[in-house]
Design a protein around this ligand. Structure first.
Ligand code: PLP
Length: 386
């Protein structure tokens, strides 16, 4: 079967968050993490069937979806879970905030590594927790957790570690050893781990494998809240369907209690789409990964050729993290917007001077955007552009 990842669907006038930000302006939006691709055909068909039924009543998570998720976790990660470990959520960000509420008390510390997806930085304060940032260590090849800084950050009120794995925005797939070190730390300090694994199916390096934190052994299983969703994998973020996997009954009870009366159930279209995706979306997904690998390589080559910019190998995600500090630009996102490309602002992730580029789009659109970035930089330096 062939899939069309070369066409850019017209998303203008569809109330798209990504495209409407720049409505009426000639700016290519490569910011928020959704892709400019239509969902797998099986998903579209399942949605048609559900809509054609015509009755849109209150809904439960279908048993057949629970079975599909169990089969998916088993097949992809050799992870055997019980149906009752699943807690359905209308989004991962909801899960990050619920985790902060469910663990510890107001005034306690929540640790995360920066840079990181912005809701990690805001969730703790929403429930009166204190955010403790541990800057990641970086060299030319990769970003990683800084274990010395992590050790120094642990205090008597540290209750929760928020882990992004694979990591947005730095694109890392953490190795078993790296994850084990984090679990060892959390055992030593009696800390719960909230592991956001929304990008787990977007590993681009063939020699890397995503390992769910909770599968690292009984100690990890008994202290981990795993957050997952089909939304990045199959490009369904507008349907609002995600889930937490929480093995320990008491932790799960606290998580559910923190949701009570506030967090709505998942809507019936989200359930229908998710089941179709997990059951029938994998050929589409394999073709997607090929396109993303090509786009990733193109971004790496093009950015390497732009003076003053540095980027790192993207092991997973469709997001490239770019350091523009050597270009001497105070706010690079603004410069690129003026040049016709909308990127995410590094400061929102905790690091000014950086930008994040979403390459989940048709290769031709990406090429146009990279050309505009090069021109924007060239104009500033007065150098000829590629
Ligand atoms: C690491 C991470 N977590 C959560 C989300 C958002 O999840 P949701 O749309 O389900 O709230 C994103 C979206 O970009 C993400 O990158």
């Amino acid at each position: 079967m062939t899939f069309d990842f070369a066409t850019t669907p017209d998303r203008r006038h569809t109330a798209s968050l990504k495209w409407d930000k720049y409505a009426g302006r000639d700016i290519i939006p490569l910011w928020v993490a959704d892709m400019d691709f239509t969902s797998p055909e099986a998903v579209q068909k399942a949605l048609h069937v559900r809509v054609d039924h015509g009755v849109m009543g209150y809904t439960l998570p279908p048993d057949s979806l629970v079975e599909a998720v169990q089969a998916y976790l088993q097949r992809h990660f050799a992870w055997t879970i019980e149906p009752e470990w699943l807690v359905w959520l209308p989004g991962l960000v909801t899960g990050l905030n619920v985790a902060c509420r469910a663990v510890g008390s107001p005034g306690d510390d929540v640790i995360t590594a920066t840079p990181v997806y912005p809701p990690f930085l805001t969730a703790p304060s929403h429930s009166g927790r204190r955010l403790v940032r541990v800057p990641m260590a970086v060299d030319r090849d990769r970003w990683q957790w800084d274990l010395d800084r992590l050790e120094a950050a642990a205090g008597p009120r540290t209750r929760l570690l928020m882990l992004c794995s694979p990591h947005n925005p730095v694109g890392r797939v953490f190795s078993r050893e790296e994850l084990e070190e984090l679990v060892d730390w959390s055992v030593r300090h009696d800390v719960i781990i909230c592991s956001d694994e929304i990008h787990c199916d977007l590993v681009l390096d063939p020699d890397r494998r995503h390992i769910p934190t909770a599968t690292l052994g009984p100690a990890a299983r008994d202290r981990t809240i795993t957050l997952m969703a089909p939304s990045k994998t199959f490009n369904l973020p507008g349907l609002g369907c995600a889930f937490a996997v929480i093995a320990p009954p008491e932790l799960r009870r606290r998580f559910r209690q923190s949701m009570a009366g506030i967090v709505p159930g998942v809507n019936l279209l989200g359930f229908a789409a998710s089941e179709a995706a997990y059951r029938h979306g994998w050929d589409w997904h394999a073709a997607l990964l090929d396109v993303l690998r090509g786009n990733r390589d193109r971004v790496q080559t093009a950015v390497d050729a732009m003076p003053g910019l540095t980027t790192w190998p993207v092991e997973a995600t469709y997001l490239a993290w770019i350091d523009a500090r050597a270009a001497g630009i105070e706010n690079p996102a603004v410069v690129f917007e003026e040049g016709g490309v909308g990127l995410s602002y590094g400061m929102d992730f905790g690091l000014p001077g950086f930008v994040r580029l979403n390459f989940g789009c048709a290769p031709a659109l990406l090429e146009k955007a990279l050309g505009r970035m090069s021109t924007a930089l060239g104009k500033r330096s007065g150098a000829p552009t590629a």
